[in-house]
Ligand binder design. Structure first.
Ligand code: URA
Length: 251
């Protein structure tokens, strides 16, 4: 028998959020022995790690409601994030199946590469797009020059990217000469580019490598894959947690 994770989320809450009615009806399912966590029958009061644990009802993994789809796309440079581009440039929606119709959650610049989610789940999209629920977004930036410790510190503490607008604290680490890993939870226009510009090291190449709990270094640029049920659950949990704590490094 595996032990409960010390933090975690109550199982009935996870079930209620993934469409199994109220917490009370979720408790009835658990009490009836119809819910398993990682293959073991769950008991009432069980806590789970949405990122890791596989929750199933009557043997079917929970997390995705019928009709909803979630594509994780690795956007190449030279692709826009809007549904239709007046200039006729390729859009991220050209990279996913046409049906059911989906939309991109948030945006990446034309020149930015990396992970973006396309879905028809308006609730999750709204949750993720809400400024106070912004999940961590991790970028790898190749910049001009090699930022010294003072520049990295400034990026970490917050930089003024336009008069009166200072970015929130970020996690910043040098990954090699001229390569910086930056984790932010805000989503201001051209934020990472403007942050690097502000410390005198303009971005040459920018790749988003993680969105909250979601990353995938095997997904090649231009390809997409469906998120697994546990990934959707983890994303929803991360967004709800970010909303409660409102800061970086709290996931
Ligand atoms: N920051 C940017 O500057 N551009 C993006 O596309 C995403 C974050």
């Amino acid at each position: 028998m595996t032990s409960d994770p010390p933090g975690g989320v109550r199982l009935q809450k996870v079930l209620a959020r993934t469409g199994f009615g109220s917490r009370r009806s979720a408790e009835v399912l658990i009490a009836a022995g119809r819910v398993t966590v990682n293959g073991e029958t769950a008991r009432l009061g069980r806590r789970v790690e949405p990122e890791r644990d596989r929750v199933a009802v009557d043997g079917v993994e929970v997390g995705i409601l019928p009709g909803l789809v979630y594509w994780l796309v690795n956007k190449p440079a030279g692709v826009v994030t809007t549904a239709r581009d007046p200039e006729g440039r390729p859009t991220v929606l050209d990279l996913v199946p046409a049906e059911p119709r989906v939309f991109a959650v948030g945006r990446l610049d034309f020149a930015t590469e990396g992970l973006i989610i396309c879905t028809n789940d308006g609730d999750l999209a709204q949750l993720l797009a809400h400024p106070s629920h912004g999940v961590d977004k991790e970028y790898l930036a190749e910049v001009e020059g090699d930022p010294p410790p003072a520049a990295l510190r400034a990026l970490r503490e917050g930089v003024e990217i336009e008069p009166g607008v200072v970015t929130a604290p970020a996690k910043v680490a040098r990954r090699g000469p001229g390569v910086v890993r930056i984790v932010i939870h805000e989503g201001r226009y051209h934020q990472v580019r403007r942050m690097c510009e502000a410390v005198g090291h303009p971005v040459r190449r920018l790749v988003r490598t993680r969105l909250g709990p979601i990353s995938d270094d095997r997904l090649v640029p231009g390809q997409c894959r469906e998120l697994a049920a546990h990934e959707v659950r983890a994303l929803r949990e991360a967004a709800s947690r970010a909303g409660r704590s409102g800061g970086i490094g709290t996931e």
